[in-house]
Design a protein around this ligand. Structure first.
Ligand code: FAD
Length: 404
């Protein structure tokens, strides 16, 4: 029976980065990644692939090429953690033992939470898409090409999301594409949101509201899509706030649906979750050390952690840096005071306002703006767009995931 120095659940943005950093700094460490998927996608690129301004092949790499040298890969899913026995159980029944455990399985995209959505997405004749799966991105590109004008609906669901700017970014980009091809004048764009705000962050909220107003995007606050009727191209809505406006359904000629997302159930099944509150069912970790509140040798990295910051790749990368540093510190200085790093809530999710412009949107805990660049964070910036489109992807593949 092998006991790994570090086992990592999830070989996504956070898991791969943590493994690479650990092994780059301490090549003798025994590290295992538990990951069922054979591919990894750079998910921020989904939007570009869906709109035909990048190709899916460019934002995907085989997992075997990304798992760092010297790391053991269990190609299976974790189904249970027994934290008192330092053990992870896999779906094939195998057991993986660890000294430290990093939990980084991301979020589950709940396509079945909206009745009819799964069917509509897989039916090529229904103009419904979602950028949250590779197949959904392909479909977006196809139905967008075929769109000749009409009503487009875009939905935001209640609950936690990865990159909660994405459902609004896609509207801004599609609006721009339609303008360039002359189709905007014959189109109506409607955003459906369960909230009574757009983004909920001071400064960004005002900029976004004025951009959407200028673009002529209609906003239906306090509503959520409950059921999608593919045959009649209609979304059925449920009211989520007590406002006076009540719309029961909307017909569409194009729909982009953002599904609800949730934490994988093995977190709760293993008793490592919050049982109530804003982070219900998410991993119960300290927001600064990212260490589990009850188990010293368990850490959370990425979207799975119940911490008050926006879920993004940039956040997962920074968390992986903090956690791998602290695990190495703890193993190197068992009896001496540790020089632990603390996570400050750093996250970044650029808000695209149109083709060529973005708000940088870099934050710490409490919504504090991080101004790494000498421009106003509330002003649309071309540099911020260029950075997201051209600089970050190669940096991600060649440096971040490689542990540099
Ligand atoms: C459309 C879209 C646009 C986005 N735009 C941006 C952006 O502009 N900027 C930004 O910073 N972020 C963006 N993000 C968010 C970003 O991609 C995620 O926040 C980030 O990938 C989270 O990293 P993670 O490691 O937590 O999860 P992931 O990268 O999702 O990886 C999780 C891994 O865990 C594996 N896994 C799941 N369950 C199990 C299990 N039971 N056992 C073992 N392995 C398991 C999965 O197969 C997966 O490989 C976007 C996301 C989307 C979908």
């Amino acid at each position: 029976m092998t006991t790994f120095d570090v086992a990592i659940i999830g070989g996504g943005t956070g898991g791969l980065t943590a493994a690479s950093r650990l092994l780059r700094k301490q090549p003798k460490l025994s590290v295992a990644i538990i990951e069922p998927s054979g591919n990894h996608y750079y998910q921020p690129g989904f939007l570009f692939a869906a709109l035909g301004i990048d190709k899916l092949e460019n934002i995907q790499r085989p997992m075997a090429k990304l798992i760092p040298k010297g790391c053991h890969w269990f190609r299976d899913a974790a189904t249970l953690i027994e934290p008192h026995h330092n053990k992870v159980i896999l779906s094939n029944g195998d057991e993986v033992f660890y000294r430290s455990l990093i939990i980084s399985p991301g979020l589950i995209t709940q396509l079945d939470a909206i009745t009819g959505l799964n069917h509509a997405l897989s039916d090529p004749t229904t103009p419904v898409c979602s950028v949250y799966t590779p197949a959904g991105c392909n479909k977006c590109r196809i139905i967008l090409d075929q769109f000749i004008g009409g009503t487009m609906v875009f939905s935001i669901p209640a609950g936690p999301l990865k990159c909660n700017a994405a459902p609004i970014k896609i509207i801004n980009l599609i609006d721009d594409l339609l303008r360039r091809s002359g189709r905007r004048v014959v189109s109506r764009l409607i955003l459906i949101t369960p909230y009574n705000h757009l983004f909920g962050l001071q400064g960004f909220e005002q900029t976004l509201a004025s951009v959407l107003k200028r673009k002529g995007v209609e906003i239906l606050f306090g509503h959520e899509v409950e059921h999608l009727d593919a045959a009649n191209q209609t979304v059925h809505l449920t009211a989520t706030t007590t406002g006076s406006q009540r719309i029961a359904q909307l017909k569409f000629d194009f729909a982009h649906i953002t599904p609800r997302m949730k934490a994988p159930s093995f977190i709760k099944d293993s008793g490592l979750h919050y049982d109530s509150g804003p982070f219900e069912n998410f991993l119960k970790v300290d927001p600064f050390t990212l260490r589990h509140m009850n188990f010293e040798n368990i850490f959370g990295v990425g979207d799975i952690s119940g911490i008050p910051t926006l879920k993004s790749s940039e956040a997962a990368l920074e968390q992986a840096r903090v956690v791998s540093h602290n695990i190495l510190e703890a193993s190197a200085h068992k009896n001496t005071p540790r020089r632990n790093r603390l996570y400050n809530g750093f996250t970044a999710c650029p808000m695209y306002l149109g083709l060529g412009f973005a708000l940088p949107c870099q934050l710490k805990y409490e919504g504090e703006i991080v101004s790494k660049f000498p421009w106003n964070p509330f002003e649309p910036s071309r540099l911020s767009w260029l950075k997201s489109k051209y600089l970050l992807p190669p940096f991600y593949w060649n440096f971040s995931l490689r542990g540099w």
